[in-house]
Structures are given as C-alpha cells and as structure tokens.
Design a protein around this ligand. Structure first.
Ligand code: GLU
Length: 293
C-alpha cells in the first residue's frame, strides 16, 4: 500500500470499462477530467475497469487507448488494469471480513427479485434501480452457512450495511461528500443501497470495491464522471470511511443525449469515436462536438 503525499497534486482519472468502443459521451467525460487536471498543473490517470470477464474484451481495451490518444489526451503513469490487481481487492475484503462486516450470500438473482417484491413495507429498489436485497442470508446460522460453503454452493460477499454504519468512528457518522462544482457537501445515505455486493460469485471483487480502492491507490483527488453515478458515490464514501482512505471531491457532469433526449449508450448503438474518425472527422471536430472547443 502506498503512502499519500501531505499535499497531493490535483489528480483526476478516466475509468472506462472495455465492454465496447468509446462514444461521444465517453469523450466528453475523459476530456472533462483531462482539462481539470491539466488546467491545475495536476495529474490525469487512466484505469481500465475490466473485472467482468463476460463483458470486457482485450481488443476493446486496446481500442480505448488508441482512441484517447487520437483525441489528443495523454495520461500520467501506467494504465491501471483492474483484472491484474485481484489480490489487492481480496486484501481489502479480508480486512472487512475480520471486522465482521461481510457475509456470504447464496441468493440467486431470481431469489433477490422475488424477495424484494415480497417485502411490501420497504422500498423495492436501490437508487440505481436494482432490486433492494432483503438481507435473507445475513441472519443464516453460522453452522448452516459453513455447511453451504463446504457443499460448494456459490456465493457472493455482501457488506452488512447496518453493521458497517454502526462501526464508523463518531467523526465519520455524518458521512458527507464534497461536490467540487459548488464546494458544498452533501449528506451520504448509502443505506438506500442495502447490503451492497463487494465480491461477486465469479470475481473476488465488485464495481464499488474496485473503484473506491483504485481511486485511493492512484491518488485521485477529484473524481470526474457522469451524473448517473452520483448515487453510487454515497456507497463509495462509506467504503472510504471504513478503510481510512482519504476521500476525493466529486464532479458529476451532465450526460450527453441523442436528439430524442436519450443518454448515449453503447447498448443503444451510440456512434463510436472510431466510426466518426472513419467518416473523416478530425479529433478537433470531435472535441468540439463533445463540448470542448
Ligand atoms: N467503469 C465505469 C463505467 O465505464 C465508470 C466508473 C466511474 O467512473 O466511477 O461506467
């Protein structure tokens, strides 16, 4: 683990998942982070969030680097590739497990959706519109839990949200995150996500765990990303408090939308930077389209 500088340089990052080619929305996000860093004489680091072996592809990872360089972006230090750091995520899980903040969850997706529906008195969805986990496996008797693990039943690791919040030192009880645009702090409410998954069945890590760990590990002081990820920041702030990682500030920018008002998304076939280049557009024209003249 690294030592943080007493007065770290402003450091931003771009952290795409190589599940497809970059589109204009990605370009806007990367440019926002890059400009913020360069304007302050700071650092801009790059990270490939590729822990999902089903969805991420090495050729997409390679294409992302080529497209960013074509766009005129440079980055500091080596690109961090998450799949090469699973041992670091495991070490964080060990710390949380020793504190009694994790538990094995054997529920399938279908179990979770069914139970969330059945819990009529509580909200059914997390802020990112996933079914809210009802906590079924939290109360499993230790003997039964051991039996199921020994029988080879697959499981994920969840954070016991209540226990995690209760374990915070008094100074951290009022969890707050700083909005870099206004300088104001907002009150974080990670409990709206319930017992979040910190390690998946197939990978000993999860988005929330890796993104928070790596922002700390890469010395990121300002997270620039889309407003769709704004709610998840509350969970990230909690993990930082639990692990004693210095929190960055956050700048959640508006998302670019198509002419029907829909946000650009790979799955909806948003036009890629690659296609724009093939059509003869210059990098300068693409930067202008992304809002950076
Ligand atoms: N890897 C995430 C994505 O491509 C971004 C994570 C983040 O910026 O925090 O959507």
């Amino acid at each position: 683990m690294t030592t943080r500088f007493a007065d770290p340089p402003l450091t931003t990052r771009f952290a795409p998942s190589p599940t497809g080619l970059l589109h204009l929305g990605h370009a806007a996000s990367a440019l926002a982070g890059w400009h913020a860093a360069r304007a302050a004489g700071g650092r801009f680091v790059l990270r490939l969030e590729d822990i999902d072996p089903q969805r991420c592809r090495p050729d997409h990872a390679q294409a992302i680097l080529v497209d960013l360089a074509w766009l005129g972006l440079d980055w500091d230090g080596a690109v961090r590739v998450q799949s090469a750091h699973l041992a670091e995520y495991r070490a964080v899980l060990d710390v949380l497990r020793r504190r009694g903040l994790l538990y094995e969850c054997f529920c399938s997706r279908a179990d979770i959706a069914r139970e969330a529906k059945a819990a009529a008195s509580a909200p059914h969805c997390t802020p990112d519109e996933a079914p809210l986990y009802a906590g079924t496996c939290r109360g499993l008797a230790p003997g039964r839990r051991r039996q199921r693990i020994a029988a080879g039943e697959p499981y994920m690791l969840r954070l016991d949200m209540r226990a995690a919040l209760d374990s915070l030192a008094d100074a951290d009880r009022q969890l707050q995150a700083q909005d870099a645009a206004t300088g104001l702090h907002w009150r974080c409410r990670p409990e709206r996500f319930g017992d979040v998954v910190l390690a998946r069945r197939d990978v000993p890590a999860s988005y929330h765990l890796c993104v928070t760990h790596d922002d700390w590990r890469q010395g990121v002081t300002l997270v620039v990303r889309g407003e769709d990820l704004r709610p998840a920041t509350d969970v990230h702030r909690l993990l930082q408090a639990l692990m004693g990682w210095t929190p960055p500030a956050w700048l959640h920018h508006h998302l670019l939308r198509d002419r029907h008002g829909r946000r650009l998304a790979k799955r909806d076939g948003a036009r890629t930077l690659r296609a724009m280049r093939a059509d003869g557009m210059t990098a300068s024209e693409v930067r202008t389209l992304a809002g950076f003249a």
